[in-house]
Design a protein around this ligand. Structure first.
Ligand code: C2E
Ligand code: CA
Ligand code: CA
Length: 568
């Protein structure tokens, strides 16, 4: 008994007890006794008790409850309290008369935890109350600091604490932290059910515990995420601990590993796990890659990503984004026949950031839709400015991210921007990639039809970049096909232009105009011109230009002698 009371006082703060008792004398007596060690709150019947429960819910450690009271008795109080999940674990001690076994039974059924007999005896009350509180608190502690039933690994909290201990008591030993994660675990759960997946987790935990090189201790830190402390090894094989794995109860399971080498003791274990998981994310869902180390490179990349995410909104407000224009050479006229709007970001601290870097990040966090609307605005302003300068009117293509097609009124929005600036819809083209179509085919087809109906042109970007399917060519309402620059690169490297040529022919058969992208040399320009492409975009003619340079380019280009290349 003494032990329980000591335990409580060791943990400091006085616990608070709700005393629900209608008899004034009894209540005052109870409170006077309890106040030697505890704070008390008094309620004169069940209703007042429930109100006090609600008001002090986070402060209470226990309820001491009389059974017979007016308005709302102890049974009713228990019934209502236990129906409220906020009070699931709050212990209740019920005061009963010595001859009321039935009452006790009823209270037990309703969720009472213990009893004291009336008339009250102060020492017994004190002990019962202290014991109950102490039991509850250590139970919840054990709950956090325990083993995971399914796998036998440590719980997350216990793993963290154990690793901290090990690091502290072995200051001169170097350790690695290894996190494992099962690819597509939720899909497996759906397919094989919880029981089978628990079996899988257990088998995986067993195998890793046995065979992970240098295994020290392991914990389950997420549904299908394990973390292991292992002795540091100079190099982890590319297949990672995977080759330590034997048969698993579910077929074709791919386990990925993220590793932090030589854990930095200045870092919390949970942060080290975070880093291992961030390394792991880079190989998740990617076939053939099983293991990733958290290194400086990844660290810097992720810091940069973080900076980009934190500063993007302000960057848009502060006009750090600018739109550049890359001219497209029209083969039939020898003049500029269009341009592609390409966004640029000059960050005040980082400097120039490549769209190849920030666009994928914005596609992950959704910011791309906002940025693309900005690009539409800028493109419209540019068309107007060229018109005011008396430059030839040429269409500008704007890239639409696959996420843009999640915005149901995208066509209406683009239309509103064009109309606000008084721009002829025929001068605006939408460039989309096939991945947009693959993800959301119905919406993409509907929106492209809508856009075409409104007078905009549609271009399929990056055709031949790896995801191309002939089905999308057939299904999408398109005006233009852009051949991905990898096609020209490949053709130049091998001297074999047959794929470029037949792709151009294919587009022609389908009634599509063609743009060949990434043309860098006179030879490439000549070859694709011969093959009948309509427009050429690439460094050979021009890099993407700032709006001032673009206007100058158009001016020079308009004044130049027309030079139609010889196609024979
Ligand atoms: P993309 O749409 O395929 O754009 C063409 C990219 O190729 C541009 O890179 C352009 O500068 C580059 N390029 C053009 N000609 C040549 C050449 O002859 N040789 C080589 N090596 N490269 C050439 P950039 O501007 O870095 O843009 C990269 C990608 O970022 C774009 O690929 C596009 O997917 C995306 N992007 C750029 N601006 C936007 C935008 O405003 N919205 C959206 N959603 N995506 C954009
Ligand atoms: Ca493009
Ligand atoms: Ca492209």
């Amino acid at each position: 008994m003494k032990h329980a009371q000591d335990e409580l006082s060791k943990r400091g703060a006085r616990r608070k007890i709700l005393v629900v008792e209608d008899n004034d004398l009894n209540r005052e007596m109870l409170c006077a006794v309890l106040q030697q060690k505890f704070d008390t709150i008094e309620a004169t019947d069940g209703i007042a008790g429930l109100e006090a429960l609600d008001e002090h819910r986070t402060e209470l450690s226990l309820v001491l409850l009389d059974v017979y009271m007016p308005r709302c008795d102890g049974f009713e109080f228990l019934r209502r309290m236990r129906a409220d999940e906020r009070f699931d674990t709050l212990p209740v001690i019920v005061a009963t008369a010595s001859d009321s076994v039935d009452d006790e039974l009823e209270c037990l059924k309703l969720g009472a935890n213990d009893f004291v007999l009336k008339p009250y005896k102060s020492e017994i009350i004190m002990n019962r109350v202290s014991n109950m509180i102490s039991l509850r608190e250590s139970a919840s502690l054990v709950n956090d600091l325990t083993w995971d039933d399914t796998t036998g690994l440590y719980s997350k909290e216990l793993f963290y604490r154990t690793v901290e201990d090990i690091l502290e008591t072995n200051p001169n030993t170097e350790y690695d932290l290894v996190c494992s994660d099962i690819d597509g675990f939720s899909v497996l759960s759906d397919r094989y059910g919880t029981e089978k997946c628990d079996e899988l987790l257990r088998a995986l935990a067993d195998q890793l515990r046995d065979k992970l090189p240098g295994y020290v201790v392991g914990g389950r830190i997420g549904a299908d995420v394990f973390a292991f402390l292992a002795d540091h090894r100079p190099s982890w094989p590319a297949e990672g601990p995977q080759n330590a794995l034997g048969d698993l109860p579910v077929p074709n399971v791919s386990v990925k590993f993220g590793i932090v080498e030589r854990i930095d003791r200045a870092m919390t274990v949970s942060k080290a796990c975070n880093r291992a998981m961030r390394a792991l994310e880079t190989v998740k869902g990617r076939h053939g890659l099983l293991i990733a180390l958290y290194d400086d490179d990844l660290h810097q990349r992720q810091e940069l990503e973080q900076t980009i995410r934190e500063t993007m909104e302000k960057a848009l407000e502060d006009l750090q984004f600018a739109v550049f224009y890359q001219p497209k050479h029209d083969v039939s006229t020898g003049k500029t026949g269009g341009a592609e709007a390409l966004v640029r970001w000059t960050h005040p601290e980082i400097g120039f950031v490549s769209p190849g870097l920030f666009i994928p990040i914005f596609e992950r966090n959704g910011f791309i839709t906002k940025l693309d609307m900005f690009v539409w605005e800028e493109a419209c302003k540019e068309i107007k400015r060229c018109e005011e300068l008396g430059l030839p009117a040429i269409p500008i293509s704007v890239n639409a991210s696959r996420l843009d097609f999640d915005v149901p009124d995208l066509p209406a929005r683009i239309c509103a921007i064009a109309d606000k600036h008084g721009v002829d819809h025929a001068l605006l083209h939408v460039e989309l990639t096939e991945s947009a179509y693959a993800e959301n085919p119905d919406a993409v087809v509907r929106m492209l039809n809508e856009l075409k109906g409104l007078g905009f042109s549609t271009e399929l970007d990056d055709f031949g970049a790896g995801y191309s399917s002939l089905v999308s060519l057939n299904t999408l309402p398109l005006d233009v096909m852009k051949l991905d620059m990898s096609m020209v690169r490949q053709a130049t490297a091998t001297g074999d232009f047959r794929i470029v040529e037949s792709t151009i022919k294919l587009a022609q058969v389908l009634g599509l105009k063609t743009v060949v992208e990434g043309v860098e040399t006179a030879e490439e320009a000549r070859r694709v011109t011969e093959m009948g492409c309509d427009l050429i975009q690439g460094y050979y003619y021009s890099r993407p230009l700032s709006k001032d340079d673009f206007e100058e380019y158009l001016r020079d280009n308009a004044n130049e002698q027309q030079d139609v290349p010889d196609t024979h």
